[in-house]
Design a binder for this molecule. Structure first.
Ligand SMILES: [Zn+2]
Length: 464
Protein backbone atom coordinates (compact mmCIF):
# COMPACT_ATOMS: atom_id res chain seq x y z
CA UNK A 1 0.00 0.00 0.00
CA UNK A 2 1.35 3.39 -0.88
CA UNK A 3 1.03 6.45 1.38
CA UNK A 4 1.21 10.14 0.69
CA UNK A 5 2.64 12.84 2.96
CA UNK A 6 1.96 16.53 2.43
CA UNK A 7 4.51 19.20 3.41
CA UNK A 8 4.21 22.98 3.17
CA UNK A 9 7.37 22.81 1.06
CA UNK A 10 10.11 20.35 0.19
CA UNK A 11 13.63 21.08 -1.01
CA UNK A 12 14.40 19.73 -4.48
CA UNK A 13 17.40 20.32 -6.72
CA UNK A 14 15.34 22.98 -8.52
CA UNK A 15 14.35 24.82 -5.34
CA UNK A 16 11.37 24.45 -3.02
CA UNK A 17 8.34 22.49 -4.18
CA UNK A 18 5.31 24.19 -2.57
CA UNK A 19 3.22 22.45 -1.40
CA UNK A 20 4.79 19.02 -1.73
CA UNK A 21 2.97 15.70 -1.92
CA UNK A 22 5.32 12.79 -1.35
CA UNK A 23 4.11 9.34 -2.40
CA UNK A 24 5.87 6.44 -0.66
CA UNK A 25 5.74 2.71 -1.19
CA UNK A 26 5.07 0.29 1.67
CA UNK A 27 8.78 0.25 2.58
CA UNK A 28 9.04 4.02 2.79
CA UNK A 29 10.84 4.48 -0.52
CA UNK A 30 9.99 7.51 -2.64
CA UNK A 31 7.57 6.86 -5.50
CA UNK A 32 6.94 10.42 -6.66
CA UNK A 33 7.01 14.12 -5.76
CA UNK A 34 4.30 16.52 -6.84
CA UNK A 35 2.86 19.92 -5.99
CA UNK A 36 -0.62 18.44 -6.58
CA UNK A 37 -2.46 15.97 -4.37
CA UNK A 38 -2.69 12.44 -5.71
CA UNK A 39 -5.82 11.78 -7.80
CA UNK A 40 -7.70 8.49 -7.70
CA UNK A 41 -9.47 6.93 -10.65
CA UNK A 42 -10.39 8.97 -13.72
CA UNK A 43 -11.90 11.96 -11.96
CA UNK A 44 -9.13 14.52 -11.43
CA UNK A 45 -11.01 16.19 -8.58
CA UNK A 46 -11.30 13.00 -6.59
CA UNK A 47 -8.63 13.07 -3.91
CA UNK A 48 -7.09 10.15 -2.07
CA UNK A 49 -6.22 10.58 1.56
CA UNK A 50 -2.87 11.92 2.60
CA UNK A 51 -1.19 12.71 5.88
CA UNK A 52 -0.84 16.47 6.27
CA UNK A 53 2.55 16.80 7.96
CA UNK A 54 3.12 20.50 7.24
CA UNK A 55 6.61 21.91 7.75
CA UNK A 56 9.55 22.48 5.45
CA UNK A 57 11.16 19.17 4.47
CA UNK A 58 14.74 18.64 3.37
CA UNK A 59 16.90 15.55 3.13
CA UNK A 60 18.42 14.23 6.38
CA UNK A 61 22.12 14.91 6.88
CA UNK A 62 24.65 12.08 6.59
CA UNK A 63 27.23 12.08 9.39
CA UNK A 64 30.39 10.96 7.59
CA UNK A 65 32.60 10.36 10.62
CA UNK A 66 31.79 9.07 14.11
CA UNK A 67 33.51 7.23 16.97
CA UNK A 68 30.47 6.21 19.01
CA UNK A 69 32.18 5.29 22.29
CA UNK A 70 33.71 8.78 22.59
CA UNK A 71 30.23 10.15 23.35
CA UNK A 72 30.85 8.91 26.91
CA UNK A 73 33.58 11.54 27.40
CA UNK A 74 32.02 14.48 25.52
CA UNK A 75 32.49 17.58 27.66
CA UNK A 76 34.62 15.87 30.29
CA UNK A 77 38.05 16.99 29.06
CA UNK A 78 37.49 20.75 29.15
CA UNK A 79 39.83 21.57 32.04
CA UNK A 80 43.53 21.62 32.79
CA UNK A 81 44.87 18.98 35.15
CA UNK A 82 46.22 20.68 38.34
CA UNK A 83 49.86 20.06 37.38
CA UNK A 84 49.54 21.18 33.72
CA UNK A 85 50.35 24.57 32.23
CA UNK A 86 48.77 23.88 28.82
CA UNK A 87 46.89 21.25 26.88
CA UNK A 88 46.71 19.83 23.34
CA UNK A 89 45.35 17.01 21.18
CA UNK A 90 47.78 14.47 22.57
CA UNK A 91 46.61 14.79 26.20
CA UNK A 92 43.00 14.47 25.03
CA UNK A 93 44.05 11.23 23.35
CA UNK A 94 45.35 9.90 26.70
CA UNK A 95 41.90 10.48 28.24
CA UNK A 96 40.28 8.77 25.25
CA UNK A 97 42.54 5.70 25.70
CA UNK A 98 41.51 5.47 29.38
CA UNK A 99 37.84 5.58 28.37
CA UNK A 100 38.33 2.94 25.65
CA UNK A 101 39.81 0.52 28.19
CA UNK A 102 36.97 1.00 30.65
CA UNK A 103 33.93 0.08 28.52
CA UNK A 104 32.22 -3.32 28.27
CA UNK A 105 30.51 -4.44 25.05
CA UNK A 106 27.11 -3.84 26.69
CA UNK A 107 28.11 -0.33 27.70
CA UNK A 108 29.35 0.48 24.20
CA UNK A 109 26.02 -0.64 22.76
CA UNK A 110 24.07 1.46 25.27
CA UNK A 111 26.21 4.54 24.59
CA UNK A 112 25.97 4.08 20.81
CA UNK A 113 22.19 3.62 20.95
CA UNK A 114 21.71 6.84 22.89
CA UNK A 115 24.18 8.67 20.66
CA UNK A 116 22.43 7.59 17.46
CA UNK A 117 19.03 8.58 18.87
CA UNK A 118 20.47 12.00 19.73
CA UNK A 119 21.95 12.32 16.22
CA UNK A 120 18.47 11.74 14.79
CA UNK A 121 17.06 14.36 17.13
CA UNK A 122 19.63 16.88 15.86
CA UNK A 123 19.20 16.16 12.12
CA UNK A 124 21.44 13.28 11.07
CA UNK A 125 19.67 10.32 9.45
CA UNK A 126 22.76 8.25 8.56
CA UNK A 127 26.17 7.75 10.13
CA UNK A 128 29.49 6.27 9.03
CA UNK A 129 31.01 4.66 12.10
CA UNK A 130 34.83 4.70 11.95
CA UNK A 131 35.16 1.74 14.25
CA UNK A 132 38.46 0.62 15.78
CA UNK A 133 37.50 -0.64 19.24
CA UNK A 134 37.50 -4.33 18.31
CA UNK A 135 38.71 -6.44 21.28
CA UNK A 136 37.83 -6.86 24.94
CA UNK A 137 39.36 -4.56 27.60
CA UNK A 138 42.25 -7.00 28.13
CA UNK A 139 42.97 -6.98 24.39
CA UNK A 140 41.64 -10.53 24.04
CA UNK A 141 39.77 -11.23 20.83
CA UNK A 142 36.05 -11.90 21.13
CA UNK A 143 34.81 -15.18 19.64
CA UNK A 144 33.23 -13.09 16.89
CA UNK A 145 35.88 -10.65 15.58
CA UNK A 146 33.05 -8.22 14.81
CA UNK A 147 31.45 -8.48 18.28
CA UNK A 148 31.58 -4.73 18.92
CA UNK A 149 30.76 -3.89 15.28
CA UNK A 150 27.68 -6.06 15.71
CA UNK A 151 26.76 -4.07 18.83
CA UNK A 152 26.97 -0.87 16.78
CA UNK A 153 24.69 -2.40 14.14
CA UNK A 154 22.24 -3.35 16.90
CA UNK A 155 22.44 0.18 18.36
CA UNK A 156 21.66 1.72 14.96
CA UNK A 157 18.76 -0.72 14.50
CA UNK A 158 17.27 0.23 17.89
CA UNK A 159 17.75 3.97 17.30
CA UNK A 160 16.56 3.63 13.66
CA UNK A 161 19.46 5.48 12.04
CA UNK A 162 21.21 4.25 8.88
CA UNK A 163 24.69 2.96 9.62
CA UNK A 164 27.76 2.38 7.51
CA UNK A 165 30.09 0.28 9.63
CA UNK A 166 33.71 0.98 8.75
CA UNK A 167 35.94 -1.49 10.60
CA UNK A 168 39.37 0.05 10.93
CA UNK A 169 42.82 -1.43 10.34
CA UNK A 170 45.05 -0.29 13.24
CA UNK A 171 48.51 -1.68 13.98
CA UNK A 172 50.88 0.82 15.56
CA UNK A 173 51.47 3.56 18.09
CA UNK A 174 52.93 6.01 15.56
CA UNK A 175 55.34 6.14 12.62
CA UNK A 176 57.76 3.27 13.21
CA UNK A 177 56.54 2.85 16.81
CA UNK A 178 55.12 -0.29 18.39
CA UNK A 179 51.57 -0.02 19.66
CA UNK A 180 51.11 1.22 23.20
CA UNK A 181 49.52 -1.39 25.54
CA UNK A 182 46.62 1.05 25.99
CA UNK A 183 45.81 0.61 22.29
CA UNK A 184 45.30 -3.14 22.77
CA UNK A 185 41.59 -3.10 21.94
CA UNK A 186 42.24 -1.57 18.51
CA UNK A 187 44.90 -3.75 16.91
CA UNK A 188 45.01 -6.16 13.98
CA UNK A 189 48.29 -8.10 13.90
CA UNK A 190 48.29 -8.34 10.10
CA UNK A 191 46.32 -7.50 6.99
CA UNK A 192 45.03 -11.10 7.03
CA UNK A 193 43.66 -10.64 10.53
CA UNK A 194 41.98 -7.41 9.39
CA UNK A 195 40.43 -9.27 6.44
CA UNK A 196 38.81 -11.69 8.90
CA UNK A 197 37.46 -8.72 10.84
CA UNK A 198 36.11 -7.23 7.61
CA UNK A 199 34.38 -10.50 6.69
CA UNK A 200 32.83 -10.78 10.15
CA UNK A 201 31.71 -7.15 9.90
CA UNK A 202 30.06 -7.90 6.57
CA UNK A 203 28.09 -10.67 8.27
CA UNK A 204 27.12 -8.23 11.06
CA UNK A 205 25.73 -5.60 8.69
CA UNK A 206 23.76 -8.25 6.83
CA UNK A 207 21.69 -8.65 10.01
CA UNK A 208 20.16 -5.19 9.52
CA UNK A 209 18.43 -3.70 6.48
CA UNK A 210 19.63 -0.30 7.71
CA UNK A 211 23.36 -1.16 7.77
CA UNK A 212 26.09 -1.27 5.12
CA UNK A 213 29.84 -1.78 5.10
CA UNK A 214 32.90 0.36 4.42
CA UNK A 215 36.63 -0.30 4.64
CA UNK A 216 39.15 1.82 6.52
CA UNK A 217 42.63 2.44 7.79
CA UNK A 218 43.16 4.48 10.96
CA UNK A 219 45.90 6.75 9.54
CA UNK A 220 49.31 6.45 7.94
CA UNK A 221 50.87 6.78 11.40
CA UNK A 222 48.92 3.86 12.90
CA UNK A 223 49.70 1.19 10.26
CA UNK A 224 52.46 0.00 7.98
CA UNK A 225 51.79 2.57 5.22
CA UNK A 226 52.61 0.22 2.33
CA UNK A 227 50.22 -2.42 3.71
CA UNK A 228 47.54 0.23 4.01
CA UNK A 229 47.91 1.15 0.34
CA UNK A 230 47.62 -2.50 -0.72
CA UNK A 231 44.62 -3.04 1.53
CA UNK A 232 42.77 0.00 0.17
CA UNK A 233 43.64 -0.81 -3.44
CA UNK A 234 42.54 -4.42 -3.20
CA UNK A 235 39.34 -3.90 -1.19
CA UNK A 236 35.97 -4.56 -2.81
CA UNK A 237 35.65 -1.74 -5.37
CA UNK A 238 32.10 -0.97 -4.24
CA UNK A 239 33.09 -0.08 -0.65
CA UNK A 240 33.73 3.49 0.51
CA UNK A 241 37.29 3.92 1.83
CA UNK A 242 37.96 5.96 4.96
CA UNK A 243 41.11 7.16 6.73
CA UNK A 244 42.26 9.94 9.06
CA UNK A 245 44.94 12.14 7.58
CA UNK A 246 46.98 15.24 8.51
CA UNK A 247 44.89 16.21 11.53
CA UNK A 248 47.82 17.61 13.52
CA UNK A 249 50.99 19.43 12.46
CA UNK A 250 53.04 16.99 14.55
CA UNK A 251 51.63 14.13 12.48
CA UNK A 252 52.75 15.89 9.28
CA UNK A 253 56.24 16.47 10.71
CA UNK A 254 56.55 12.82 11.76
CA UNK A 255 55.34 11.67 8.34
CA UNK A 256 57.95 13.87 6.64
CA UNK A 257 60.64 12.35 8.87
CA UNK A 258 59.46 8.74 8.39
CA UNK A 259 58.31 8.70 4.75
CA UNK A 260 60.00 11.76 3.27
CA UNK A 261 56.71 13.32 2.21
CA UNK A 262 53.63 14.98 3.68
CA UNK A 263 50.72 12.56 4.36
CA UNK A 264 48.41 13.54 1.47
CA UNK A 265 51.42 13.97 -0.84
CA UNK A 266 52.69 10.47 0.08
CA UNK A 267 49.28 8.81 -0.23
CA UNK A 268 48.29 10.43 -3.51
CA UNK A 269 51.60 9.44 -5.10
CA UNK A 270 50.94 5.78 -4.33
CA UNK A 271 47.22 5.42 -4.61
CA UNK A 272 44.81 6.37 -7.38
CA UNK A 273 42.51 8.47 -5.19
CA UNK A 274 38.95 8.84 -6.47
CA UNK A 275 35.47 9.66 -5.20
CA UNK A 276 35.31 6.46 -3.12
CA UNK A 277 37.97 7.86 -0.77
CA UNK A 278 37.06 9.82 2.38
CA UNK A 279 40.02 11.55 3.96
CA UNK A 280 39.10 12.67 7.45
CA UNK A 281 40.34 16.14 8.56
CA UNK A 282 43.16 16.80 6.04
CA UNK A 283 43.60 19.96 8.12
CA UNK A 284 47.28 20.46 7.34
CA UNK A 285 47.55 20.29 3.56
CA UNK A 286 49.61 22.58 1.39
CA UNK A 287 48.50 24.15 -1.89
CA UNK A 288 49.76 21.24 -4.00
CA UNK A 289 48.02 18.67 -1.82
CA UNK A 290 44.78 20.67 -1.96
CA UNK A 291 44.92 20.77 -5.76
CA UNK A 292 45.72 17.05 -5.96
CA UNK A 293 42.84 16.14 -3.67
CA UNK A 294 40.38 18.33 -5.54
CA UNK A 295 41.46 16.93 -8.90
CA UNK A 296 41.15 13.33 -7.70
CA UNK A 297 37.51 13.91 -6.56
CA UNK A 298 38.42 12.33 -3.22
CA UNK A 299 36.24 13.65 -0.40
CA UNK A 300 37.52 15.45 2.67
CA UNK A 301 35.51 14.79 5.83
CA UNK A 302 35.52 17.91 7.98
CA UNK A 303 34.57 17.73 11.66
CA UNK A 304 34.61 21.39 12.73
CA UNK A 305 33.37 21.09 16.34
CA UNK A 306 35.87 18.31 17.08
CA UNK A 307 38.68 20.02 15.15
CA UNK A 308 37.94 23.21 17.08
CA UNK A 309 37.69 21.39 20.40
CA UNK A 310 41.00 19.58 19.85
CA UNK A 311 42.79 22.64 18.52
CA UNK A 312 43.61 20.95 15.21
CA UNK A 313 43.74 24.04 12.99
CA UNK A 314 41.80 25.46 10.03
CA UNK A 315 41.15 23.53 6.84
CA UNK A 316 41.94 25.77 3.81
CA UNK A 317 38.36 25.63 2.54
CA UNK A 318 38.17 28.49 0.04
CA UNK A 319 41.07 27.43 -2.25
CA UNK A 320 39.88 23.81 -2.03
CA UNK A 321 36.38 24.80 -3.19
CA UNK A 322 37.81 27.00 -5.95
CA UNK A 323 39.63 23.92 -7.24
CA UNK A 324 36.37 21.94 -7.24
CA UNK A 325 37.07 20.09 -3.97
CA UNK A 326 34.45 17.97 -2.22
CA UNK A 327 33.73 17.79 1.50
CA UNK A 328 31.30 16.21 3.94
CA UNK A 329 30.87 16.68 7.70
CA UNK A 330 31.21 14.40 10.70
CA UNK A 331 30.63 14.53 14.45
CA UNK A 332 33.86 12.59 15.16
CA UNK A 333 34.43 12.89 18.95
CA UNK A 334 30.70 13.75 19.51
CA UNK A 335 31.48 17.07 21.23
CA UNK A 336 28.79 18.48 18.91
CA UNK A 337 25.94 16.53 17.30
CA UNK A 338 24.20 19.26 15.31
CA UNK A 339 24.87 19.24 11.56
CA UNK A 340 23.93 22.90 11.04
CA UNK A 341 26.39 23.82 13.79
CA UNK A 342 29.19 21.94 12.00
CA UNK A 343 28.52 23.90 8.80
CA UNK A 344 28.30 27.21 10.64
CA UNK A 345 31.52 26.66 12.56
CA UNK A 346 33.27 25.59 9.37
CA UNK A 347 32.14 28.75 7.60
CA UNK A 348 32.69 31.12 10.55
CA UNK A 349 36.25 29.87 11.05
CA UNK A 350 36.99 30.86 7.47
CA UNK A 351 35.22 34.23 7.86
CA UNK A 352 37.10 35.02 11.08
CA UNK A 353 40.44 34.24 9.48
CA UNK A 354 39.81 36.15 6.26
CA UNK A 355 37.75 39.02 7.73
CA UNK A 356 35.29 38.45 4.87
CA UNK A 357 31.69 37.23 4.61
CA UNK A 358 30.13 34.48 2.44
CA UNK A 359 33.56 33.01 1.70
CA UNK A 360 32.10 29.72 0.44
CA UNK A 361 30.30 31.58 -2.36
CA UNK A 362 32.46 31.38 -5.45
CA UNK A 363 30.52 33.75 -7.71
CA UNK A 364 27.87 36.44 -7.58
CA UNK A 365 24.43 35.00 -6.82
CA UNK A 366 25.80 32.05 -4.85
CA UNK A 367 24.13 31.20 -1.56
CA UNK A 368 26.29 30.05 1.37
CA UNK A 369 23.72 27.72 2.92
CA UNK A 370 22.95 26.07 -0.43
CA UNK A 371 26.64 25.49 -1.15
CA UNK A 372 27.37 24.03 2.29
CA UNK A 373 24.25 21.88 2.37
CA UNK A 374 24.77 20.34 -1.07
CA UNK A 375 28.39 19.43 -0.27
CA UNK A 376 27.50 17.88 3.10
CA UNK A 377 24.61 15.93 1.62
CA UNK A 378 26.04 14.51 -1.59
CA UNK A 379 29.55 13.77 -0.33
CA UNK A 380 28.19 12.53 3.00
CA UNK A 381 26.08 10.01 1.11
CA UNK A 382 29.20 8.94 -0.79
CA UNK A 383 30.83 8.29 2.60
CA UNK A 384 28.03 5.78 3.16
CA UNK A 385 28.85 4.13 -0.15
CA UNK A 386 25.81 5.58 -1.92
CA UNK A 387 25.71 7.34 -5.22
CA UNK A 388 24.00 10.71 -4.85
CA UNK A 389 22.53 12.63 -7.74
CA UNK A 390 19.45 14.37 -6.35
CA UNK A 391 18.32 15.67 -2.96
CA UNK A 392 15.40 13.23 -3.02
CA UNK A 393 15.72 10.29 -5.39
CA UNK A 394 12.83 8.16 -6.64
CA UNK A 395 13.35 4.62 -5.40
CA UNK A 396 15.51 5.67 -2.44
CA UNK A 397 14.25 5.54 1.16
CA UNK A 398 12.55 8.80 2.14
CA UNK A 399 14.73 10.23 4.95
CA UNK A 400 13.91 13.83 5.80
CA UNK A 401 14.09 16.62 8.35
CA UNK A 402 10.95 18.64 8.88
CA UNK A 403 11.39 22.23 10.09
CA UNK A 404 8.73 24.31 11.79
CA UNK A 405 7.20 26.88 9.41
CA UNK A 406 6.39 29.08 12.44
CA UNK A 407 9.97 29.21 13.74
CA UNK A 408 10.40 33.01 13.65
CA UNK A 409 13.34 33.35 11.23
CA UNK A 410 11.75 30.73 8.92
CA UNK A 411 8.33 32.39 9.04
CA UNK A 412 9.86 35.55 7.57
CA UNK A 413 12.46 33.99 5.26
CA UNK A 414 11.91 34.42 1.54
CA UNK A 415 11.70 31.12 -0.29
CA UNK A 416 15.11 31.49 -1.95
CA UNK A 417 16.73 32.28 1.44
CA UNK A 418 15.00 29.51 3.39
CA UNK A 419 17.81 26.96 3.16
CA UNK A 420 20.40 29.43 4.44
CA UNK A 421 18.02 30.42 7.23
CA UNK A 422 17.85 26.76 8.24
CA UNK A 423 21.64 26.29 8.10
CA UNK A 424 22.51 29.55 9.88
CA UNK A 425 19.62 30.05 12.31
CA UNK A 426 18.11 26.68 13.19
CA UNK A 427 18.98 24.13 15.84
CA UNK A 428 17.01 21.07 16.94
CA UNK A 429 14.37 23.27 18.62
CA UNK A 430 13.18 24.33 15.14
CA UNK A 431 12.70 20.72 14.02
CA UNK A 432 9.19 19.29 13.95
CA UNK A 433 10.70 15.87 13.48
CA UNK A 434 13.00 13.46 11.68
CA UNK A 435 11.74 10.88 9.18
CA UNK A 436 13.63 7.70 8.30
CA UNK A 437 12.22 5.34 5.69
CA UNK A 438 8.98 7.35 5.53
CA UNK A 439 8.27 7.16 9.29
CA UNK A 440 8.84 9.69 12.04
CA UNK A 441 11.56 8.46 14.39
CA UNK A 442 11.72 11.82 16.18
CA UNK A 443 8.69 14.04 16.67
CA UNK A 444 8.45 17.32 18.60
CA UNK A 445 11.91 16.81 20.05
CA UNK A 446 11.34 13.26 21.28
CA UNK A 447 12.79 10.06 19.86
CA UNK A 448 10.07 7.44 19.58
CA UNK A 449 12.05 5.12 21.90
CA UNK A 450 13.21 8.07 24.01
CA UNK A 451 12.02 7.09 27.48
CA UNK A 452 13.22 3.48 27.21
CA UNK A 453 16.64 4.63 25.97
CA UNK A 454 16.94 7.23 28.72
CA UNK A 455 16.09 4.67 31.40
CA UNK A 456 18.78 2.36 30.04
CA UNK A 457 21.23 5.27 30.02
CA UNK A 458 20.37 6.19 33.62
CA UNK A 459 21.25 2.65 34.68
CA UNK A 460 24.58 2.91 32.84
CA UNK A 461 25.33 6.28 34.45
CA UNK A 462 24.53 4.91 37.90
CA UNK A 463 27.05 2.09 37.45
CA UNK A 464 29.94 4.25 36.23
ZN1 LIG B 1 38.14 10.48 13.93
Amino acid sequence: MSRTLRFEALLTDDGWLEPAYVALDRNGALLSLSCRPPARGAGPAEITSYENVGGFALPGYPNAHSHAFQYAMAGSAEHLPPDAAGDDFWSWREAMYRLALSLSADEIETIATMLYAEMLRQGYTAVAEFHYLHHDPAGKHYADPAEIGGRLVAAAETAKIRLTLVPIFYQRGGFGREADPRQRRFLSASVDEYQRLLEASEAAVRRSPRATLGVGVHSLRAVDPESAVTLLEEADPKLPRHLHIAEQQREVDECLAALGARPVEWLSARLALDDRYHLVHATHIDADESATLARSKANVVLCPTTEGNLGDGFFPLRPFLEQGGRFSIGSDSQIGLAPNEELRLLDYGQRLRSERRNVVCLQGGDDSGARLFAQALHNGRRAMGLDSKAFFEVGAPFDALVYDTDFPPLALARRERRLSTIVYCCDASALVGTIVGGRFVVRDGHHIEGERLRERYRRLAARR
